[in-house]
Design a protein. Structure first.
Length: 264
């Protein structure tokens, strides 16, 4: 079988933050027309198969897997992509990338009824997904086929995780019976950099005010405990700074060299 030259597809989606796509929104798959060995362009009249396959990488450095649509599971690449079920590409005349399809991630399930596509928790970039286009054709008595290189990878976030600022409750809880609520602010990469967390604790609540670095690492915290304590926790190597007079009735401290706490 002779080879078609197939260019890598382009994925088109609205950036939900940090180059990620919202899981709930379809991703457009756009492909240029393949070419035959003689340089002529593949057209609708040549069509045998036009579709795309989806691949995933679960973690950095892991091997890419391909989705087997018939078995409904992710499988190792074996070079047998021509036999796998493909998502369709249709021809849109007059478009610079005329072969077009849709990658729909939301609601898709594997054979165990688990989600086919997983979302990431920023700043993580995995799992990542990519697509490769596959075309086959017949001219005269000669059959042709071609599989493209992979598109640029994309990772998914849920629509709620794509919001830069807001209020949330833990998964599984409902507003009418929630026992915890968080006010949050995220940066452009959707990493939470500041939050106020209120959690029911007995007959009272514990309130934690905290911030974080762009890598998601905790920095400083102020905790109001349900017992009425106020705890100030600076970032590692940092200190608590009070600008202005300080009035206190009693100080308990630990000597710099260690040992038992002492009271002034």
């Amino acid at each position: 079988m002779a080879t078609l030259t197939v260019q890598a597809p382009t994925l088109k989606y609205e950036d939900a933050g940090g180059g990620r796509a919202a899981l709930e929104n379809p991703v457009e798959v756009l492909c240029a027309s393949p070419t035959f060995p003689d340089g002529s362009t593949f057209g609708q009249a040549d069509l045998g198969t036009a579709g795309f396959l989806v691949y995933r990488m679960m973690s950095a450095g892991a091997l890419w897997e391909v989705w087997d649509g018939n078995a409904k599971e992710w499988v190792a690449q074996t070079g047998a992509e021509a036999t796998l079920k493909k998502e369709p590409l249709t021809y849109k005349d007059g478009k610079p990338l005329p072969w077009q399809g849709m990658l729909v991630a939301a609601g898709q399930k594997d054979k165990s009824e688990q989600d086919q596509y997983a979302t990431v928790t920023p700043p993580s970039a995995h799992p990542q997904y990519a697509v490769r286009a596959y075309f086959s054709a017949k001219r005269g008595e000669q059959e042709y086929s071609g599989l493209s290189a992979a598109s640029a990878p994309v990772s998914f976030v849920s629509m709620t995780d794509a919001i830069r600022a807001g209020l949330s409750i833990p998964k599984g809880q409902k507003p009418m019976s929630a026992t915890q609520v968080t006010i949050f602010l995220r940066d452009a990469s959707l990493v939470t950099i500041g939050s106020v967390d209120i959690r029911a604790d007995g007959g009272s609540s514990e309130i934690t005010i905290s911030n974080a670095s762009s890598a998601g690492s905790p920095l400083a915290q102020v905790i109001l405990t349900s017992a009425g304590e106020i705890r100030l926790i600076p970032a590692s190597t940092q200190k608590v700074v009070i600008t202005g007079p300080l009035e206190t009735e009693q100080i308990t401290y630990q000597p710099q060299g260690g040992g038992a706490k002492q009271t002034l």
